[in-house]
Design a protein around this ligand. Structure first.
Ligand code: RAM
Length: 913
């Protein structure tokens, strides 16, 4: 066995008179975002990553940094930081560094760069230049919408042509077309132009017929009664001549469209409105602000509705031709109405991640379910819509219906969409050859049924456009086992499909809500798959906006469905999500921002449960949702969660350096544990009331059992799984902690058995029955019973995919070491087993990329690890005979080759090798 450390021949030629630096600076971000144009935070956090200039070198680190921030690029080019020059700061920090320079003006854009010194005090060159903008403090634009009669007129028109839809869906409102043309007061050229925009609704903006961005469904979803996010776009290149036309499509979106269950619409308001400010700076340094006001014009057009749940209906002949171009005659359009600004609603620069089309998929097969009705299979359940090629001369009504699954006869199965129509309809009248796609809707689907298409639609005529909040999903995990790879793929698709402005439960039926229980159980897995920190930063505001006056977090955020506060394990997302984001990304800011709301939640529970058992304020009390004939007693689960909250609060209090709260919450955790043990645990044999897998799992994972009972409880857990013939019985809650707990308490082989199980209930069972995403229920479809009750049967829910965390942490073996956060102190502890002959894992942490891989023949193994610059790692390779734990090693690549030790031999032999 050897450490490559010892044998690496370091050949590094440096073409420089001075000593050559070992690291370079990359990936500059502000508040997790690349060059954001509007940041509302007072002291935005800056970050970068480091790369080794020679990947063969070890133990590289950053000894110091210097940040320069300037009001203009020219000064920065001369290495002048006229807003902030940190000088050489002795620090190994590369993220969460607060800007402490001069106060910035509203709308100001600033430029920055950074250089670092390596472990030997050698200085790097400066990074490339990045920038950020300060958000707007005040708005002079007005909220504008359509005069009353306008939408009714269009609705009446719609009634004449599409009776059936309108009768059943009264709330469908036509999309508004808005425009404003202005002439520039200045004759000089534009130096910079930033467009700030938002809506009570959902919007798209063009300048001179050019779409300002590829972002979709802006401004996304917030609790519109409290917070509205605005977006900012650099439109400098779009403003060319003296005259400029701004055109906007304004749909209903989450604000006034159909939302949540069945017949809910206009939840936040009856009419859409728009708010826009275009800030232009000319080369002669004059400025202009063009804003939404009552001089704008409004009309309706071809889009008779574009609804998130129900889809889009467009009549081509109703489109005002060339309405987005300069000099379009809008004299017949109505004048908009300006609406008062609600001072109680905060307008906030969007801190989240825009929704974009991130992939296109071509269909793999098609067939006729009835003559003239074609079904297309895209091979993958995903979220978005179809871009359809319209044939020349088509004068017809073409309808696309979306579905996740099929009936046995090959027709699409849509019952599980409940009242969501999920249908896009185009009435074509002009003869142009074209492609069409909807504007403000999205569908969860694998299959598309198309009717009314002239002739036979070809595979090339339909393209699936995949959308989601575009969090970079750079991390990769792959093994030699196709079943495990499919599970990993299904988990990733579940995440992509349900990260749409908020973390949702499902993307297809009439629900699509920010269910907190689902979020709580999946956040850890999500944080391994990609950089989701900004996404959760935005969502935590929705969570806190939804907190009741008494302190109750809700079941869904943005809060909406139900007046009740959150159930145990659902409301607890308000504590678990900030904790997990802190652990995974080092985000102490999120913890401190929401510390008081979290405290309030603890008081909310504690004040009515003075005996430390969570038996009151249970609200919807969901329990271990969708478990398999193994209902964990609710008092057991709920009390365990109360204990878990206390445990996490004590850790967060410690991170914030609040010793009194550390004591308060450590004591609370202990008191809850005592009450839990007294009421539910047999103190001799460690049996827990209910005797369910979930009961054992959460008691162990939430550190509630006395030490001597832990192995006993873990054995009961393993025995229970064995008694179910190596099957799990856990629902949404237990499943997230199941495999990690088995591994932690020495039953890694049992966890592997669950991973590889292919009969019901298991992940493998769904995969063998064509799952390309994670199902809501273990029995979404079974050979014996067919589809589960359509009242609740989504095929794209991520909750049961929370096993992803374990694949990363315990199989690939990439985790934080002990109390470490943000992978600065890394634990590499892979546990090869089963028939995973190869594994390759690459996790893009906030502190750099961590790569693990192995290849084995079942008796010998070669293991590689790559530790990022400026981090330390403990590498546990005790799965190799005569190997040990290598503590606190520096960056670089390491290789270990040897014989698998006895224990792993056994695991592997039992499991297939
Ligand atoms: C369902 C949702 C969600 C779950 C709640 C309790 O309707 O789909 O996944 O958290 O119920």
């Amino acid at each position: 066995m050897h450490f490559l450390n010892h044998i690496f021949l370091i050949v590094f030629i440096c073409f420089s008179y001075t000593k050559c630096v070992d690291i370079s600076v990359k990936d500059l971000k502000v508040e997790y975002l690349v060059n954001p144009l509007a940041v509302d935070v007072a002291e935005p956090r800056l970050q970068w990553t480091l790369e080794a200039t020679d990947p063969q070198k070890h133990s590289l680190s950053q000894k110091a940094y210097q940040i320069l921030v300037s009001s203009d690029e020219q000064s920065l080019a001369k290495n002048v930081g006229n807003l902030w020059d940190t000088g050489k700061v002795a620090s190994d920090l590369t993220n969460h560094i607060h800007y402490k320079g001069k106060t910035l003006n509203a709308g100001q854009i600033v430029y920055w760069k950074v250089k670092v010194w390596d472990q030997e005090d050698k200085e790097s060159t400066f990074s490339t230049v990045a920038y950020w903008g300060k958000g707007l403090n005040t708005w002079t634009g007005q909220w504008i919408g359509a005069p009353n009669g306008l939408q009714h007129e269009a609705q009446k028109q719609l009634k004449d042509i599409d009776q059936k839809v309108v009768q059943s869906h009264q709330g469908l409102l036509p999309v508004l077309y808005m425009r404003k043309q202005y002439s520039t007061p200045s004759t000089t050229k534009v130096k910079s132009a930033i467009l700030y925009a938002t809506a009570q609704g959902v919007y798209k903006v063009w300048i001179n017929n050019m779409l300002v961005s590829d972002q979709k469904m802006n401004p996304g979803w917030t609790d519109f009664r409290k917070t509205i996010n605005y977006q900012s776009y650099d439109v400098t290149n779009l403003i060319t001549g003296k005259d400029t036309a701004i055109s906007v499509l304004l749909g209903t979106g989450w604000y006034s469209g159909y939302i949540g269950f069945s017949r809910q619409y206009k939840l936040y308001g009856a009419d859409q409105s728009l708010l826009v400010e275009l800030h232009v700076q000319y080369e002669d340094n004059t400025t202009a602000v063009i804003k939404s006001d009552n001089t704008w014009k409004v009309s309706t057009g071809s889009i008779l509705y574009s609804d998130m749940l129900h889809g889009q209906l467009s009549y081509e002949n109703l489109e005002p031709k060339n309405w987005r171009f300069l000099n379009f005659d809008d004299s017949k359009w109505a004048q908009v109405v300006a609406r008062p600004t609600d001072k109680n609603v905060a307008l906030v620069a969007d801190s989240g991640v825009p929704i974009r089309v991130t992939q296109e998929i071509k269909p793999i097969a098609k067939w006729q379910s009835k003559p003239g009705i074609w079904v297309f299979d895209f091979g993958q359940n995903s979220v978005g819509w179809i871009r359809l090629k319209k044939p020349a001369g088509a004068q017809t009504r073409v309808q696309l219906r979306y579905a996740e699954v099929l009936n046995p006869d090959g027709s699409i199965y849509t019952l599980n969409l409940r009242s969501a129509l999920a249908t896009d309809t185009y009435v074509f009248t002009d003869s142009s050859e074209n492609t069409v796609e909807p504007d403000f809707t999205f569908h969860g689907y694998r299959y598309v049924e198309i009717s009314g298409y002239p002739g036979e639609p070809q595979l090339t005529d339909l393209t699936a456009r995949v959308i989601h909040s575009d969090t970079p999903l750079k991390s990769r995990l792959e093994t030699s086992n196709p079943l495990v790879n499919k599970l990993i793929s299904n988990i990733r698709w579940g995440q992509r499909s349900n990260f749409i402005s908020v973390p949702t439960d499902c993307p297809q039926r009439d629900e699509r809500l920010g269910w907190m229980g689902d979020a709580e159980i999946f956040v850890h897995t999500a944080s391994y798959n990609g950089d989701v920190a900004a996404f959760y930063t935005k969502w935590m505001r929705d969570v806190v906006d939804g907190q009741s006056a008494e302190g109750g977090f809700s079941d869904v955020a943005p809060r909406m469905v139900d007046p009740a506060d959150g159930a145990p394990a659902w409301g607890d997302a308000g504590v678990i999500v900030p904790y997990t984001v802190y652990k995974m990304f080092g985000d102490l800011q999120m913890v401190s921002n929401h510390y008081e709301p979290m405290n309030k939640w603890m008081t909310y529970i504690g004040s009515q449960n003075p005996d430390y058992m969570w038996t009151k304020r249970l609200n919807n009390n969901f329990g271990d949702w969708l478990q398999v004939n193994a209902d964990t007693p609710k008092e057991v689960m709920n009390t365990a969660y109360y204990g878990y909250d206390a445990l996490l609060m004590s850790r967060m209090a410690a991170a914030l350096n609040r010793p009194e709260d550390v004591k308060k919450y450590t004591d609370l955790h202990q008191n809850i544990a005592n009450a839990f043990n007294k009421a539910f645990v047999n103190s001799t044999d460690g049996r827990i009331k209910g005797d369910t897998q979930t009961g054992y799992v959460i008691a162990l994972a939430f550190e509630l059992l006395p030490e001597k009972l832990r192995p006993l409880a873990a054995n009961h857990l393993a025995d229970n799984i064995k008694a179910h013939n190596w099957h799990l019985t856990t629902g949404f809650i237990g499943v997230g902690y199941l495999c990690p707990t088995l591994t932690q308490f020495g039953h890694h082989d049992v966890a592997y058995k669950l991973l590889l199980q292919e009969t019901y209930p298991s992940w493998g069972y769904s995969i063998n029955n064509n799952a390309t995403t994670i199902w809501e229920r273990w029995d979404g479809w079974t050979k014996e019973k067919g589809f589960q009750n359509p009242g609740m049967n989504s095929f794209n829910h991520y909750s049961l995919g929370s096993v992803g965390r374990w694949l990363w942490q315990s199989v690939a073996g990439i985790d934080n070491n002990g109390n470490g956060v943000a992978f600065k102190d890394i634990l590499i502890s892979p546990k090869p087993g089963a028939n995973l002959y190869n594994l390759t894992a690459s996790y893009h942490s906030i502190n750099g990329q961590i790569d693990n891989s192995w290849v084995t023949n079942g008796t010998h193994i070669k293991f590689n690890a790559l530790i990022p610059v400026n981090t330390r790692a403990t590498i546990d390779v005790t799965f190799i005979r005569n190997e040990t734990v290598h503590s606190n090693v520096g960056s670089g690549s390491y290789q270990f080759i040897g014989e698998l030790n006895k224990h792993y031999d056994q695991v592997i032999n039992e499991l297939i090798f």
